[in-house]
Design a protein around this ligand. Sequence first.
Ligand code: S3P
Length: 433
Amino acid sequence: MLQRVVSVDRLEGTLSPPGDKSISHRAILLNAIARGPARITNCSTSIDCEATVACIRKLGVLAYHSHSEPSVVTVEGAGGLLWEPSMLLDAGNSGTTLRLLSGILAGQSFFSVVTGDHSLRHRPMARIIEPLKLMGANIQGRHDDALAPLAIHGGGLHGIDYKLPIASSQVKSALLLAGLQASSPTTLREPAPTRNHTENMLAAMGADIAIDGNTVMISPSTLNAQDIRVPGDISAAAFWMVAAATHPNATLEISGVGVNPSRAGVLEILRRMGADIQMNNPREEGGEPAADIVVKSSSLEGIKISGDIIPNVIDELPVLAVAACFARGTTVIRDAAELRLKETDRITAMVQELRNMGAVIQELPDGMVIEGSASLNGTTCQSYGDHRVAMALAVASLLAVGETVIEGAECVSVSYPEFWEHLETVTKRDVIA
Ligand code: S3P
């Protein structure tokens, strides 16, 4: 699909981003191995989360959407009892589905094969296969156990004491889910903090889990089903925060956004850049902090973004690169080589496409350098089939001179099916597909 985006004089309105994708995956997967039924409300209806639902169904778990409200999902777990799937488990584009599910399957004494789309079949899987093998799992993958499809003969796991070589919540979560089913405790040591939704949810569902700084310990446990109201996705909200902060005439209210500190680095970075951000009505949703966020036109300054905050903002870096194009001075993003291992190589993709629009931007092995105050020009851009690249380019297009056409724009549904509709709402324009 080709999507046309043109700049507008004013950006305004209130919108609710979709339910947090990371929390939705975990709510579905953890309830699938828990005892009893659970109702998940404001669950992400993204293609990624649909892949998770489809996989757990193939494992014999009853999971269904409410007819009247698709974001309400009921999952009926049987206390960790899953069936051997007679079909491939297809995670589609979703790394979270494939990696977390592999952690569950590693503990199940049957044979299963998990795979994904072309992008996912080229993303690194040794990061989960190696530690799961150390726990006693029998897993094989393509390319010398580096790539999906993965063939898993699960069961017979024991705990490990493991120092994660990379800061990855997907890896940590896969190992926690395996650790839950092992015969002895598991200790995981992270090099830097990553999103902690799995730990929060496991604790709320009765797992024997303890956290000490960047170390998590889990002992074999059974989970009790839990109803969860998923807060809005801060990674989706980030597109509107940057749109409002960079636009000269904007006020956007983004309501019900999850602001878990392990995910809220984007607020800290935008504030450091000088963004006018207010947080209203702080509350708790689904065991996570949430708030309504109001962002207004701001005068942004370039900054350095590097170090331990990178895992916290890894999904927001494409749109932060857009913010940097409109900031005064230079922005440097470093320590972000993981960006090359996402749905596409997000460093090359953003550098290519923003340069194509006129940005002064340089590619680094682990990040980029952006000279701000550029004036961008509308042109034809590629999404590379990557939802976050497509949405970041849409935000850049809102300030570009002339019309921008984004190719492969349908991929936004991977995380944010309502994105183009919401763009129409805040621009008060028909965004013509
Ligand atoms: C996610 C963790 C991050 C993030 C991804 C979702 C999760 O990946 O980029 O979009 O839900 O755990 P890594 O853990 O691989 O960094």
